[in-house]
Design a protein around this ligand. Sequence first.
Ligand SMILES: [Mn+2]
Length: 464
Amino acid sequence: MLAGIKKAAEIIRKHRGDLVEIISHMDADGVCAAAIMSRALDRENVEHRVKFVRMLYRDVVEKLDPAPLTIFTDLGSSQLENLRQSYRSARVIICDHHPPQRVDGLEGLVHLNAYEMGMDGLKEISGAGMAFLLARELNRKNSDLSALAVIGAIGDIQNAWGKLSGSNREILNEGMRAKVLDRRIDLQLYGRYTKPLFQSLESFSDPPIEGVTNSSAGCMELIRSLGIPVKGENGWRRLADLSEHERRMLATELISRALSSVPEEFIPYVPNLIVGECYTILGEDENSELRDAGEFATCLNSTARHEQPLIGLEVAKGDRGAYYRAMLNLLHHHRRAIARGMEFIETEGLKVGDGGYLQYFDATGVVKETFVGTLASLSLGSRVADPYKPVVGTVREGGMAKVSARCSKLLFLRGLDLAAAIKEAAEEVGGEGGGHPIASGAQVEEERISEFLHSLEQNILRQL
Ligand SMILES: [Mn+2]
């Protein structure tokens, strides 16, 4: 395992005089991976530029030109065949955690892949984590970049089991030693430092809890019934303001309500989705949306969804000035665009597949294709969806349908792998697809979309 990393570090040092190109995945983990690599190259005085792509689809790779050295982060391993078109004899380093293709003929490739190094790329290390291993080999000082590796892992939901494990855990420990990270056991609510507690509770939907999910009145009632003051000296209290005792009461109540809300087969997964480890970025302000690793990941994700990942990159690299303000602005627009999209879905409802299992919507003309995934996730937690079935959203554009699929962590923990299901279904109709087990995407020809949906539903049913 170390041999490959050492070799990659040496290659980077040899390219000190060249313009190196980093190509990364356009999501939170990919932004973190690129930020780690870029900070590491800055430290070594290696000139470089960063580019983000959604996926290395054939038409995307065709437009890429090999640099003297190209470093792919958080993608590449699953698309070696596509890469071979343009990078056959080019100098390439891949740092990735997706399942690798086996392909010959990439002569200049140093392939750092989680699976090939004996790690589970689904839960033990992310793309940012892989980039971190290389960065730390380049320079011990890069230990301080461990916070980004943890944010990347959380962006890819590698904490779905209640805590980080494997290499992620080692990186976390390294970050705690470097005093950039801290961890504690807490409720897995969004907005720990930034939202009133009742709002954090209301938006909690995985698992769905009756009388809490989507119900501000219910949440207020719950908080009051436990004798927890909703307001403090500084206005609405946040999760971060609660005492240990208050948190424990709330956790017990939420778990017991969730256990009686979910179908029996999901019961074993409930406690770890409600209470688990959370990670604090120690260098960030107490009231900042960057203080909690999960919220930091959401911020970066919104820059990627707006196709402005370079803004996220600068924030991840440490900017708290113009780029940070631009990111907050994007986040604001993001929420508005998503709210419009949700209005559409709540009015139109979701269609159900022939097998009665897949739920889907067509948002052509309503939102940009890059928002469909977020809409699909949010619709899972809305009143119109069955939270125990996957949701698929499409946007048609120029003869192609861009597809995003999402399922709950509950379904994933039960064994559903949407990435595999969507890849197979897309390929059956001549398209391409892939991604993560709970969040994946594809592009297929517009006229084959119903055929694709049918086979996707069949694949999912077969898995369960
Ligand atoms: Mn990733």
